[in-house]
Write a protein that binds this ligand. Structure first.
Ligand code: ATP
Length: 384
């Protein structure tokens, strides 16, 4: 790629400043709240983001992601709490005086300016000497691989290329923090995938801290070092993508980050670090590994991801966690298929199987009677 300064962590290098109690965050929200009239959009929001992180804010529409970003950029003022950048409370600092830049979903490129003039725009406004501007613009064009298109105007380049120019323009002033608000919303799925990986590469090369807002959980999982899952203006979980998926803090996270199956029920001890959940709906009892202390008789959710389920035509050998059903629907996705299995409850079970052979032998079809089973280690108990 480009010859821009390389400062970020290299692949394979462990990067987890949040695990280091002596590490100083780059940005910090301290008990921040934001009210619009009598509506509370953000409450009790405390979060630390570290230098060189690619941090994702994830959550359903209206949960407050953009409001958090807008407060960091300075377009909204918190109703309570502090926002620190380095050691400075930036709440009183004007947006243009913050070392923060925001790249908008619309890219907001100037249509009458060429690619290079779009990138140079902010540098000219800050009165950077001409030679340095030229140097910086060339560096940015190389970084996003747009050198060949430097003299074109926005209407003469594709959507993906516009996105790169917008990124180059946002990075040209070398902000400490780059905020990306749904930066790939306008791109088709394939280009989006490629762009996500390019973005990670660029972020890694520059070592700039990125915060991205998205409601696409796959995107957050692909790009982020950590993900903050929000719900109704509050943080529900802040964790690595792996932790968020495999150890969701509650049902909201489990259901928002990927597909899942949830059985609500009460719990009884089963010895040897195991417990049994009696499923409310079917009356079946399922064995689960006890990952944390639980209260017998209390209600919990048993959460099992679709790819951890197995589907067989006959009753499985080990009959602890199995349930009989009928294939209701099949979503064929090429590399894998999702089976919707009717188990006589309002919600069908989701079972995912990889299509590892071009012609699958013994694959399932609509209306097939099947058994769905899973290993006790693969079910996670969540508080109700
Ligand atoms: N200026 C405003 N005045 C009143 N309410 C607002 C204002 N800005 C945002 N809100 C409300 O605050 C809540 C959070 O909005 P926000 O735009 O931060 O959500 P979001 O998670 O970014 O949503 P989306 O994914 O749809 O963009 C919403 O209920 C929204 O209607």
């Amino acid at each position: 790629m480009s010859n821009a300064t390389v400062t970020g962590p290299r692949p394979g290098q462990k990067f987890a400043p949040w695990e280091d109690s002596s590490a100083k965050p780059l940005a910090e929200f301290r008990s921040v709240a934001k009210r619009f009239g009598d509506f509370t959009a953000i409450s009790d929001f405390s979060l630390k983001i570290y230098e060189r992180e690619f941090f994702a804010l994830l959550g359903p529409s209206g949960c407050g992601k953009s409001t958090v970003m807008r407060m960091l950029a300075g377009f909204e003022t918190p109703s309570a709490g502090e926002i620190l950048l380095g050691n400075q409370n930036i709440v009183p600092v004007e947006p243009h005086e913050r070392p923060v830049n925001m790249m908008f979903q619309s890219y907001a490129l100037f249509p009458h300016l060429t690619v290079e003039d779009n990138i140079a725009f902010g540098l000219r406004r800050m009165k950077m000497p001409k030679v340095q501007i030229e140097q910086r613009v060339s560096e940015m064009l190389a970084l996003v691989q747009m050198d060949k298109f430097r003299r074109r105007r926005p209407h003469q380049i594709s959507g993906g290329q516009k996105q790169r120019v917008a990124l180059a323009r946002s990075l040209a002033r070398r902000p400490k923090l780059l905020l990306l608000d749904e930066p790939m919303a306008a791109l088709d799925k394939k280009l989006r995938r490629e762009t996500q990986l390019e973005l990670v590469d660029i972020q890694c090369r520059l070592g700039t801290t990125f915060i991205i807002v998205t409601h696409d959980q796959e995107e957050a999982m692909t790009v982020a070092s950590r993900i903050a899952v929000m719900d109704h203006g509050k943080l529900v979980q802040v964790a690595t993508p792996l932790e968020t998926y495999e150890n969701p803090a509650n049902r909201h996270v489990a259901e928002f980050v990927g597909d899942t199956n949830i059985f609500p029920g009460t719990i009884e001890p089963a010895g040897q670090g195991m417990c049994r959940l009696r499923d409310d709906a079917s009356g079946c009892s399922f064995l689960a590994t006890q990952s944390k202390p639980f209260v017998a008789g209390k209600r919990y959710f048993l959460n099992i991801r679709p790819e951890k389920m197995e589907m067989t035509a006959g009753h499985p050998q080990d009959g602890d966690n199995c349930i009989e059903g009928r294939v209701l629907d099949i979503a064929y996705l090429g590399n894998l298929s999702t089976y919707y299995v009717d188990i006589g409850q309002p919600k069908p079970l989701l079972v995912q199987m990889t299509n590892s052979q071009r012609v699958q032998s013994g694959h399932f079809s609509y209306n097939d009677q099947v058994w769905v089973s899973w290993h006790p280690n693969d079910g996670l108990l969540l508080d109700c």
